[in-house]
Unconditional design. Sequence first.
Lengths: 43, 486
Amino acid sequence: MTQRISKSQHSKMQNIFIQFFKFFYLNIRILKIVAGGHGSTRG
Amino acid sequence: MSKIVIIGAGISGHTAAAHLRRKLSKEHEVLVVSPNRNYQWVPSNIWVGIGRMKSKELIFPLEPLYKRKGIGYKQAKVVSFHPEGNTIESKPFVAVEYVFGKNQGKTENITYDYLINATGPKLAFDMTEGLNPGTNKAYSVCTYDHAEHAWQGLKDLINQLKNSDKKAKVLIGTGHAKATCQGAAFEYILNVEKELVRHGVRNQVEVTWISNENDLGDFGMDGMLMDYNGFNMKSKDMIEMIFEDRDIKWILGAGVYKIEDGVAHYENLEGEYKTEEYDFAMLIPAFSGHGFKAFDKNDTDITEKLFKGFMIVDADYTPRPYEEWTVQDWPETYQNPSYKNIFAPGIAFAPPHSISKPRKSKNGTDIFPSPPRTGMPSGITAKLVADNIIDSIKSGKESLHHKGSMGNMGAACIASAGFGMTKGSGVSITTYPIVPDYIKYPETGGRDIGKTFGDIGLAGHWVKLSLHYAFIYKAKMKPFWWLIPE
């Protein structure tokens, strides 16, 4: 096993307070990309 | 009055039916034909496969919903396509066979003005010798009942390990040289690994990823360069980081061709024939078309006008080398060029080529992922097909204003990496566009780096869980369901 993600990074990834805000950030960012439209490539 | 027949009630067919019914007046008929009696939210199957979700939480019966909403429903499978009618029936029709109820076994010709083929893929387990879910210790999570079997198999292994010092091997990935849907297998391996930790048996198990990808993180999309914490990181580096951190081994460029009890036989790109032993495996099968036949009005076989494995649509199918592929090859309206009232959104359309670079083994075997078409593009393409049909009906002439190429469409892959409200994790990856445009984005691997990003953490699990509830709410067509984007 190789520790590729440090313990402090793991803590951040599981920190409920940080992740609570990240949840909204992710949702907004994903929504902007996915609902941001789609269209032709041939125009 | 128009009659729209939709074949299939998965994400694509169900989405099309819902939008058509909402936007068309009741004088127009919307009819769904599907052999399945339940709608299932496929992305959550992986949680059924680790015993953290019951299948009843991701399925619901179609018939009562359709009855309430004024959508016709026949539990039947399509036998053949007749886009010109025949000598008896002047209108185009599909021949179907009922698979349930008092009409089981009976056939019927269902006429239509517009036909949406949303049949998705056939799970072609038969293309890999010995790969049959629930046998040879190999399982699948492609359907909710497959996932239930997978959990039973995994649970048995965990119980054996808890009561002994036995060592075991878990093998998860693709079960065919040209399989796709690596994302589902990726989610499952991370969830299984997490469950092994939770049950206290992780140190007894060697967990291995086996895949037809040339690099980790290819996902059938040629991999991607993404924004990760402010750095431009390749998906292969990100997945390698996750696998190494969790002590997951990997075998790449592997075309699995035979499964025996606890043994997977594969050929690699070097042309070597190897085996990998396992005590529990979950291998995604190849996807294929359903082998439908089509006939003209004189009952002459015209299958090649409609199908190329999957259904032929407005793509450029001219064979060309990888270097000459462009995003313009990909379809935009999903309309069959020979029969303008037939459409094939979602997974039912024949892709012009793979997205990943094609590779052959030294023996000449094709070993590379087929193009994935997950829930999000399935929903988007189904909605645009429905919108074009609605516009055509309302204007009285063909309208194809709504377009959506996978070369100009984003997708979000929210991969669960472990279940739990506080202990869970997710790997969130967004990609824009799905098919890389190397001319428009030459310096960032064909993708818009502002819209292609990755993130790891508990929030990803919450996002995936909230998507589960949001999309089941939407599929049940509850109030304002249509405000939730595809």
